[in-house]
Structures are given as C-alpha cells and as structure tokens.
Write a protein that binds this ligand. Structure first.
Ligand code: KIV
Length: 274
C-alpha cells in the first residue's frame, strides 16, 4: 500500500526501496502499463513498480512477438506512463536490437530512455552475454533490471514460449547468469516461466530482488501484464495467470448498451445536451 511521506505526498519507490523490501521480506508488486490512464490507475492503487514492457508489442500494437518493437515506440509508451505516475518506480524495457549490437549503442539507447522518456530504470533480457553491457550502463548511473528464463525477444531462437530451464544444464546456466548479472550491478532480476524450485534457488542466492512471472511463489515479487490480469484478453490463459476482473465482458456489454441507446434515440437525453 502507498505510504505517506512528508506533506501528505506518497513516498516515491526507488531502486533502493525494492532492494530494502527484499531484505525486510516484504513482497514487491509489479504490473505493466503502456499509457497515461492505465499508469495512473495502477499507481494510485498502490503498485510498487510499473514496467513499460515490450509486451506493448503484443498488447498495444497487435504484433505476434516483441521483436518488431523499436526504441522510439518504447520511448513514446514510457513517456506516457511517466506522466501518469506519482509514486511507483517506472522501469522501461529496451527493445530487441537496441542493446545487443555494441555496448556503445546500448548506452545510447539507455540514455535516450532516461532523458527523453523519463524512465527511472531500464530492463534488458539476457545473462552472461550482456553482463559487460549492464556493467557499463550501471556505471553511467542508469539502474538496470535483468530478465532471465523465458526471454521473449529470443523467441525465434527458442521456437516456443514453453517453460525454460527444466533441464539441469540450462538451470545451471541460469544460476550462473543470475550471479553474473548481480556482479554487473543489476538492482533486480525478472525470472520468467522457470520451475518454482529453480526460482527459489536463484532468489536465495542473489542479494537483489527477483520478480517472478510463471516462476512460483518464492520470488521476492510478482509481475503480470495488466491487460491479462484484468481479463481484457480472453484468449490468453497460461497456468500462471490469475484474472482479477473480467473487463472484456464488462467493456463489451457497455459498448453493446451504448450502441442500443444510440440506435433507439435514447442517448443523448434531455440532461445530456446543451
Ligand atoms: O514485456 C513485458 O511485459 C515483460 C514482463 C512479462 C516481465 O517483460
């Protein structure tokens, strides 16, 4: 819940806040947002962290994967979210191929996200292969969140969105990657779609908070795509998703009622005109 700071204004969540929450054993809540209105609702409800995920590619733009997202798209969405938020920590995904080619390009992308969009931190997918880039970005004063397990930007390498690191070899590599990211200076790591026991092991072996999605209850926090947990997307029902509303039905029936009222001449009535 939102805590009150000086002058009755809410205490802003920082990267240090979430690290302290892990140390206190307090769970971290994180949801996605891609626009001003949704960000304002989620923030006012007291969420700790808002992720401007490149899942905007699927949810907002209707692409099948996150691969087509560009840095300019992500800067646009992030700037809309930042304007709607008073308290939450806002983290923005750097999209596919905006940080993998060279460290210099990664630094420029991260800098644009901070300066042009006003993000408070960025998130990158990958472990060992990007750890020196993470170190360089952190050294420049930009907080970085890691992302291991199912990393959707690599969908064409995996070929499937199934659970990752079920086999011992991949699980051991993921453990090493988590340690490398911690050493490189990340303040937190997302663990996506990995076995719960492995997520527990990672969570216990790194000092920074882990945020799970499809990674079981032992992570230091949880993240969901807001459109999924609000039931806006009827067709996406993975096992890890809990729906907290059925907004698809509510919205459909509201739109149906509006159409009916327009067609019948009931809207606008005498009070709804000048
Ligand atoms: O893009 C996104 O929404 C994400 C979360 C699923 C962690 O990366």
């Amino acid at each position: 819940m939102s805590t009150q700071g000086k002058n009755g204004r809410p205490d802003k969540v920082t990267t240090q806040t979430v690290v302290d929450m892990k140390q206190r054993g307090e769970k971290i809540s994180m949801l996605t947002a891609y626009d001003f209105t949704m960000a304002g609702i989620v923030d006012a409800a007291g969420i700790d962290v808002i992720l401007v995920g490149d899942s905007a590619s699927n949810v907002m733009a209707g692409f099948e994967t996150t691969v087509p997202m560009t840095l300019d798209h992500m800067i646009y969405h992030t700037s809309c979210v930042v304007r709607g938020v008073e308290r939450a920590l806002v983290i923005a995904d750097l999209p596919f191929m905006s940080y993998q080619v060279t460290t210099k390009e990664a630094l420029i992308s991260a800098g644009r996200m901070m300066k042009e969009a006003g993000a408070h931190a960025i998130k990158l997918e990958g472990g060992k292969t990007i750890s020196s880039t993470v170190r360089r970005i952190v050294d420049a004063g930009i907080p970085v969140m890691g992302h291991l397990g199912l990393t959707p930007q690599s969908i064409y390498k995996f070929g499937t969105y199934k659970v990752r690191a079920k086999e011992e070899k991949e699980a051991e590599q993921l453990m090493r990657d988590a340690k490398r990211l911690e050493e490189a200076g990340v303040f937190s790591i997302v663990l996506e779609k990995i076995p719960s026991a492995l997520a527990k092991q990672v969570t216990e072996s790194v000092s920074v908070p882990t945020i799970g999605i499809g990674a079981g209850p032992h992570c230091d926090g949880q993240v969901l795509v807001t459109h999924d947990m609000l039931g806006l997307n009827k067709d996406f029902s993975p096992r890890f998703l809990r729906r907290y509303a059925d907004l698809h039905s509510s919205m459909s029936s509201a739109v149906n009622n509006y159409i009916k009222d327009v067609k019948s001449g009931d809207f606008p009535n005498e009070q709804e005109q000048y």
